[in-house]
Design a protein around this ligand. Structure first.
Ligand code: UDP
Length: 239
């Protein structure tokens, strides 16, 4: 049974890096494992929307450093996220979960366009909605899009599944051995202590609209499923 304060509708942000299993491209075993966890939470009654990153294919800023035009590189980054979406959709459907992919760049053969009201209907019907192509706009990140989509389709919380870190620390744990993990903190505290949790645009969207965010590590069996079902793993940042 789920805890009494379990969220009804959540937005899960998965970084693309994880999908690659540490390499460029897709590791189907990793995606299958993530899909199993999302499926379990869906069966438990949580309405789940997912934003998938694309760092396992391309990051616009990195291609820019290698000489590419930033906006074209960002579009490549966004297209990469769609491949991750299709892989996640496939493994979710193999789990028997109904899904829809909605993309911010129209590509009718593989996905619906992003239509927020339709996305909410899908969620009400128990379908997992997977958002691809970020915001459809260069210079944005999928972290920021996650906050925006969560607000627009009225999620109770945005869950940031991180790779290599399991929450918010008092200082960078890689640099400061005395850093300790925080269970919860307010947006104001995070700002005052200059703690970088998500990018600045994502952070201010959550803070300005009092949308709680939970940051947790996706390593460890069942972490994603636990976070989706309202368990207090990682760090909660709220108003
Ligand atoms: N991107 C973009 N606009 C968006 C979302 C993503 O231009 O709204 C591009 C950007 O180049 C980014 C890449 O897509 O580097 C992959 O997304 P992101 O870096 O957020 O993925 P993650 O690091 O979470 O895997």
């Amino acid at each position: 049974s789920s805890p009494p304060d379990a969220p009804q509708r959540v937005l899960l942000k998965l970084s693309g890096e994880v999908f690659g299993g540490g390499q460029i491209g897709l590791d189907p075993d990793v995606v299958r494992g993530i899909a199993e966890q999302i499926a379990a939470a869906t069966r438990a009654g949580v309405q789940i929307a997912v934003v998938v990153g694309g760092g396992n294919f391309f990051r616009g800023a990195e291609l820019q450093e290698r000489g590419m035009d930033r906006t074209r590189a960002d579009y490549m980054g966004m297209l990469g996220t769609v491949m991750n979406c299709l892989a996640l959709q496939d493994f979710l459907e193999k789990e028997g979960i109904d899904t829809r992919v909605q993309t911010a760049i129209t590509m009718g053969q593989v996905a619906e366009p992003y239509i927020p009201r339709r996305a909410m209907r899908h969620l009400e019907k128990g379908r997992v909605v997977i958002f691809g192509a970020g915001a459809g706009m260069p210079f944005f990140s999928t972290d920021t899009v996650s906050a925006q989509r969560a607000l627009e389709i009225k999620c109770d919380i945005v869950l940031y599944a991180k790779n290599g870190v399991d929450g918010v620390y008092t200082a960078d744990p890689k640099k400061d051995p005395g850093a300790t993990k925080l269970d919860s903190l307010t947006f104001a505290e995070a700002l005052a202590q200059n703690l970088r949790i998500v990018d600045a645009a994502a952070f201010s969207l959550c803070m300005d609209n009092e949308l709680p965010m939970r940051v947790f590590g996706m390593e460890g069996a069942g972490n994603i499923s636990q976070a989706l079902q309202g368990e207090k793993i990682g760090t909660l940042v709220s108003a």
